[in-house]
Design a protein around this ligand. Sequence first.
Ligand code: EPZ
Length: 432
Amino acid sequence: MDAIRILGGVPLTGEITIGGAKNAALPLMAATLLTDQPLTLINMPELVDITTMSNLLRQHGARIDQSALAPGSVEAGPTGRSMTLTTDKVTSVTAPYDLVRRMRAGFFVLGPLLARTGEAKVSLPGGCAIGTRGVDLHLKALETLGAKITVKEGYVYATVTGGRFKGANVTFPKVTVGGTENLLMAAVLADGDTTLENAAREPEIGNLAECLNAMGAKITGIGSGTLKITGVKTLHGARVAVIPDRIETGTYAIAAAITRGRIVLKGTRYELLEAVFDSMRRAGVSVEVTSDGIVVSAQGQLTGVDMATEPYPGFPTDLQAQWMALMATASGAGMIAETIFENRFMHVPELRRMGADVNVHGASAIVRGPSKLSGAPVMATDLRASSSLILAGLAADGETLVNRIYHLDRGYERLEEKLGACGARIERIVGH
Ligand code: EPZ
């Protein structure tokens, strides 16, 4: 297993180009199952999760061609990578355990498989380190549109009577990003109109809805909590850009702040992350939008700030762990309330081993600072916890060795290279 070694204490300065959003790209890829025509996605990130999703879609019958073009070109977006997915025919309606267990996003094939073929057998994704993460809300909503569902032996068996969903009104009892995405992909090919109330408003949902519209779907209310979908008979191909990764953006913004450096974030957008930039400003970090990119810089003492994770447009849960690392270096107390996942503080014991003063009380944590962080061997437990340990390591004195970084490779492309270009002393140790 690979590890990452960091010699901390260097203020980072330079530029980082942000990649396409993992959590937008994954559902966009699943949309190939809705049409027999080619779907081209530009500004694709290069991540292990994208490879896992490609393997899953291939076994459903998708052909996938990837190309590398000039980074920054109009044809390919800032990352320079594009992918064309074509599913002439769905050759299997089974999404096997071995692929779905690796990545919860594999469950996104359920809605489109049912919409295109009227049947599906999809492995339950199971729990994961950050919480129980059920799929009850996805299933209940699909049933409202006419799916007959049974769950046995770890699989969801679903059929749609008559082969086509019937439009219906769905009110989600709780905001669910994946549930909203699965339902959008189900409803676009339904007979009649569907309304999704209390839908998630994350920018990744907007990206998917715009993509579906480019494929011939009729979705209105994009960006709001009420999505209205008028079903159409068929969808066609399209060419769509993946939005910039707001979690990668926030992680590198925090890298600038935690090392008291200055990083220009390119290929990304301020409005994707307003809540985080607001909190950073309140902590004393400078955030400026320039024609060159978003310039994040900090010097001297920062101040502890309270925050609670919330569905978009609130502070994203996927940046909570990284924010905690920053708060450890700020003066005073910062309260962190985690309202989305019930077990997302696994980074706390590891940050404490590096010298952070954090106390967890149920779903809240108090971080008292400033702490002088010191390097230590630490263990990554999930994707975002891993990046918070990297950030703490960048700010710490001495050497930090982050073990089990396969989690990081699921969601951050060329992390060592991007941070190294800003002066970080960071290296991957292969097979540690
Ligand atoms: C998406 O997960 C993201 N993943 C997560 O990013 C992100 O943390 C999360 O949204 C919240 O923003 C992808 O987009 C691939 P939810 P998702 O359904 O869709 C509960 C990362 O690090 N719930 O909005 O699974 C659930 O347990 C990952 O990149 C049910 O109870 O999140 C959670 O408490 C981690 N039943 C809450 O709702 C359901 O059927 C929100 O989950 C569905 C969800």
